[in-house]
Design a protein around this ligand. Structure first.
Ligand code: NAP
Length: 502
């Protein structure tokens, strides 16, 4: 088995000529290697269809590392651990060759039979690959065997269940590592630490003191060249089913009795089980959608979603979702969790805003100007800034007793930020060490799909006549503001909450 700090493994990457492998996986492995978190006892076996010589493949690995890390120290030595086999994953005959190469590398590098199968390819191949890994003996190994699988895991509950049942023929649940790269982000992992390591917050973390929680993940990018995929997915499946609900689960869960994978996951599952289900008729009350029109971002004109490549000119696909989640348990009864996510918005930002209730009697309420005190906010900056800000009220300097908002901030400063490990680096390392805490368990995936399926069913069957309903470069559609106005709240504008503005 693995020694915890320096795992040994054969990492087999399916889709090794693709974007994910080049932008994230190779650079992350390189960083792990540089930090001594991979010993010399590792090998990477890349698999994709195109025909490449060993030199060409190793050159492509080096190129991606130079491009995405800006470093090249020890690069030749690192790249010498990489091997390649041209292989169509739908071609049953070539898995035997793959097995032979895997066995050879196992012996050559002393890998103790440890194997990590990383599926960095389109999801329609996941089932086929899983079947073959088992039937052609790649999973018959003396060490561990683990399957690391990219999103999307299914298209709805039914297809996810079908895929899961198929994969479970070859891998046990604890051997399947479903990636949600948000769970690898430093500040998402920090949610638990902020909550459970501070006497200050946990006593207040409930419906007596919190008025609402807002989770925003906004992008400035459009759909780029992913139109074909996005048309079938939309923001709901692409972002809400996984990343947004995972953040909500971490914010809402009860403290685990121990910090181990099983306990943390079971509390997250309980939080997801407490989400109030909606009937089809209720969906419109809780969720709204948007689609971007042409607009301007950073001074440049950008096209409407419906004119993007491989997008239906009449598309009904949402590029924006806002929703109100209600968690029916003792801790959260009456506290709405608002989520919103979208493409082509005014800023790129992922933030959580915890808004505390007003104090019972406000001595500082300004009767003349009718100005209320700003509520206390705890802002968790996930990306691109990483940090935490606490918004308080303090006395304005001078002789009067007027108040002014002040902020206490902690930020990973630029130098640290550069050193903040990439989510993929952490997740790869965890999967090699056998730590599945920051991967999604099937129970979480199933509950999230069931929740989201109700919304998809309504949206797919009703043409949204107001689309496109927000201009690129804005804060999203008006319906998202109305969703909160109904409850007497408003979205905290993320651009005003940046740490640098505080
Ligand atoms: P991509 O650039 O299109 O790469 C796909 C890879 O699959 C290529 O290496 C391709 O190589 C290989 N491939 C395709 N058909 C094959 C076949 N029949 N047999 C063997 N290899 C085959 O896709 P990607 O962006 O890397 O994404 C991969 C997966 O990661 C997807 O599930 C995606 O949703 C997920 N993901 C990607 C990102 C990202 O940042 N890119 C982020 C999150 C999730 P050949 O053409 O040479 O066969």
């Amino acid at each position: 088995m693995t020694e915890n700090n320096t795992p040994t493994a054969l990492i087999m990457i399916f889709g090794a000529t693709g974007d994910l492998a080049h932008r994230k996986l190779f650079p992350s492995l390189y960083r792990l290697y540089k930090k001594g978190r991979l010993t010399d006892r590792f090998a990477v076996l890349g698999v994709a269809r195109r025909s490449l010589t060993l030199n060409e493949f190793q050159d492509s690995v080096k190129k991606s590392i130079v491009e995405f890390t800006g470093e090249q120290d020890g690069l030749d030595e690192f790249a010498s651990h990489f091997y390649y086999q041209s292989h169509d994953v739908t071609d049953s005959s070539s898995y035997i060759q793959l097995r032979e190469l895997a066995n050879k590398l196992d012996e050559q590098y002393g890998l103790e039979g440890n194997r990590l199968f990383y599926l960095a390819m389109a999801p329609e191949f996941f089932g086929t690959i899983g079947d073959h890994l088992k039937s052609d003996g790649l999973t018959d190994t003396a060490g561990y065997k683990r399957l690391v699988i990219e999103k999307p895991f299914g298209h709805d509950f039914e297809s996810a269940q079908e895929l899961n049942n198929r994969l479970r023929q070859a891998f046990a649940e604890e051997e399947i590592y479903r990636i949600d790269h948000y769970l690898g982000k430093a500040m998402v992992q920090n949610i638990q630490v902020i909550r459970f390591a501070n006497a200050l917050f946990e006593p207040l973390w409930n419906n007596r003191y919190i008025s609402n929680i807002q989770v925003t993940s906004s992008e400035t990018l459009g759909v780029e060249e992913r139109g074909r995929y996005y048309e079938k997915s939309g923001a709901l499946r692409d972002m809400v089913q996984n990343h947004m609900l995972q953040m909500v689960a971490l914010l809402a869960m009860e403290p685990p009795i121990k910090l181990n994978t099983e306990e943390i996951r079971s509390e997250k599952v309980r939080a997801l089980r407490s989400l109030r289900p909606m009937s089809l008729e209720e969906v419109d009350q809780y969720f709204v959608r948007g689609q971007y029109d042409a607009g301007t971002i950073k001074g440049e004109g950008v096209p409407a979603y419906r004119t993007e490549p491989m997008v239906d000119p009449e598309s009904n696909t949402e590029t924006y979702v806002a929703g109100k989640l209600v968690i029916d348990n003792f801790r959260w009864a009456g506290v709405p969790f608002y989520i919103r996510t979208g493409k082509r918005l005014g800023s790129k930002s992922t933030k959580i805003v915890v808004q505390f209730k007003d104090i019972p009697m406000n001595l500082y309420y300004n009767k003349d100007t009718d100005e209320k005190l700003t509520p206390n906010l705890l802002v968790i900056h996930i990306q691109p800034e990483e940090g935490v800000t606490l918004h308080l009220n303090a006395k304005k300097s001078g002789s009067g007793m007027e108040t002014t908002p002040v902020q206490l901030s902690t930020a990973n400063q630029s130098i640290d930020r550069m050193n903040t490990p990439e989510a993929y680096e952490k997740l790869l390392y965890d999967s090699m060490r056998g730590d599945a805490t920051n991967f999604t368990h099937w129970d979480e995936v199933a509950l999230s799909w069931k929740f989201v399926d109700t919304i998809s069913e309504v949206w797919e069957n009703t043409k949204e006549t107001t689309f496109p309903n927000y201009a690129a470069g804005t804060d999203g559609p008006q319906v998202a503001d109305q969703l909160l106005e109904k409850d007497g709240f408003e979205w905290w504008p993320v651009e005003n909450l940046e740490i640098d503005n505080c």
